[in-house]
Design a protein around this ligand. Structure first.
Ligand code: ISC
Ligand code: MG
Length: 471
């Protein structure tokens, strides 16, 4: 057998889904007959062009788990995946750096020429609330089957991982059974969401204001420069349903956000509509950014004002942004040979919000051209943590009345030489009929607790609007 990743591709005109599935089965079967044993992890990828299919609808029509979905901001890289050909996961409390190293080490062993999709919790030192149980400290999945859309080209692939000492025949048989379970129907029926029974906030507004004032006092004492405090909004629906409905109903065509979804068990999922990239790496080339400082259209001139202009003139938001920008540059210095952070701050217009935004390109030193080094350096930026970092992280655990789980953690994909991680904000974790929404706001000297409460409301407004759609 060849090593370590074999890519078996059938080059043909795009086939309709049903035909593509049966052709994939044939390709797998042909290789199953030549199977042998392996001395190191061996990965096979089979792929075939398939005719245009909406990956979210396709995912919605499947009844296999886990499920995931990824779309980058430009929407030229979409992937829907199901099942596990392989998983790299970890579930012990401890420093984030340990998690990053473990993922890196396991990935190196497999050296995959294809992508694993997953995420990390925000702070693995924190004991997590029950709704996060299925997500673990981190989970990265190589799916059995995936439908990807890259630059408009649709590809159906399946993966097969054989570990040393494993019976490869069993693996092939299992994969063939999984392909046989794929539903090729293109049903477009997207049911409305059920009714909401109750909604509650943690902390409530009174407690939020009290905590913010405590923090403002710390700023006065010169103990801290910035901290991001988050809120949890709990929605209780009158019955359980597929959280994927939130993605199917998200008005994404108008917004330049990532869309991330991971459903490890049926109806238990984490999803995020985040505008924020943590980084994109290709070999030693790194792209990252500072995104912090917010203005919502609704809050100026009844929605008629220019949120971008307002933001560029806001001294408090510029300062809030600068903490992130300066920290990124300072922390990248030891691991980069070249850093090019944009001088000028721009405003980025989203659906209802605008953010201050600066892009950064950097070249990683050879010894730091790996994702563990980059994750340790960048996560969490002061767009979700604070300054100084360690102090802010301690305060977050002490002051927030819930655990963050994967909220604000790195979510995305990783492979042998490249990776892309978004920051899992504007997110929710769903467990049957309970949906926990998370969002936060950066506090700096001069922040107004009431306005920060409203800023968080605006940040989850896109998700909440979906619950009000009638059909
Ligand atoms: C922490 C969040 O947003 C961050 C990203 C952009 C703007 C932010 C702000 O202006 O406070 C936050 O730092 C969140 O949405 O949960
Ligand atoms: Mg802000």
């Amino acid at each position: 057998m060849n090593k370590p990743t074999d890519i078996i591709e059938q080059v043909s005109e795009p086939l309709p889904m049903k035909k593509a599935l049966s052709t994939l089965q044939k390709m797998v079967l042909d290789h199953a007959n030549a199977a042998g044993s392996v001395s190191e992890p061996y990965l096979q990828t089979f792929s075939i062009a398939v005719s245009s299919t909406d990956p979210l609808l396709w995912l919605h029509n499947q009844d296999l788990y886990p499920k995931f979905f990824w779309s980058n901001r430009k929407k030229d890289d979409l992937v829907a995946g199901i099942g596990t050909a392989d998983v790299i996961e970890y579930d012990k409390t401890g420093p984030n750096n340990v998690s990053f190293d473990i993922l890196q080490k396991e990935l190196c062993k497999k050296n995959p020429g294809t992508r694993y999709f997953g995420g990390f919790c925000f702070n693995n030192e924190q004991k997590q609330d029950e709704q996060w149980r299925a997500f673990k400290s981190f989970t990265f999945v190589l799916p059995d089957i995936q439908l990807s859309v890259t630059d408009g080209t649709h590809t159906l692939s399946c993966h097969l991982m054989i570990e040393p000492g494993e019976n490869s025949e069993v693996r092939y048989r299992r994969l063939l059974e999984t392909i046989a379970k794929i539903n090729s129907s293109t049903l477009r029926d997207i049911p409305p969401l059920p009714e909401i029974n109750s909604r509650s906030f943690s902390p409530d507004k009174k407690q939020w204001i009290k905590t913010c004032n405590q923090i403002l006092q710390r700023f006065q004492e010169g103990l801290m420069g910035k901290i991001i405090l988050a809120r949890q909004t709990l929605l209780e629906f009158n019955r359980g349903f597929s959280p994927l409905l939130f993605l199917l109903r998200y008005p994404f065509s108008e917004s330049s956000t990532y869309r991330y979804y991971f459903e490890p068990e049926k109806n238990t999922a984490f999803f995020s509509f985040t505008p924020e990239r943590l980084y994109r790496r290709k070999n030693n080339e790194l792209l990252t950014e500072a995104l912090a400082g917010t203005c919502s259209r609704e809050t100026i001139d009844n929605g008629n004002g220019d949120a971008c202009q307002q933001l560029l003139n806001s001294e408090k938001d510029i300062r809030e942004h600068k903490f992130v920008k300066d920290t990124i540059v300072r922390e990248l210095e030891p691991i980069c040979s070249d850093i090019d952070m944009e001088e000028r701050v721009r405003a980025l217009q989203l659906n209802r919000l605008a953010h201050l935004y600066t892009q950064c390109r950097a070249e990683l030193k050879p010894e730091a051209s790996n994702d563990s080094a980059v994750l340790k350096t960048l996560h969490p930026t002061p767009a979700v943590g604070g300054v100084p970092k360690t102090k802010a992280l301690e305060q977050i655990i002490q002051l927030e009345p819930f655990s963050r789980g994967w909220y604000a953690g790195p979510v995305g994909w990783i492979s042998r030489n490249s990776a892309e991680f978004a920051v899992g904000i504007r997110s929710a974790v769903a467990k049957e009929n309970m949906f926990y929404l998370y969002s936060g706001a950066g506090l700096v000297r001069g922040s107004n607790p009431e306005s920060e409460w409203e800023e968080v409301d605006q940040k989850i407004a896109d998700i909440l609007a979906i619950t009000r759609q009638k059909r």
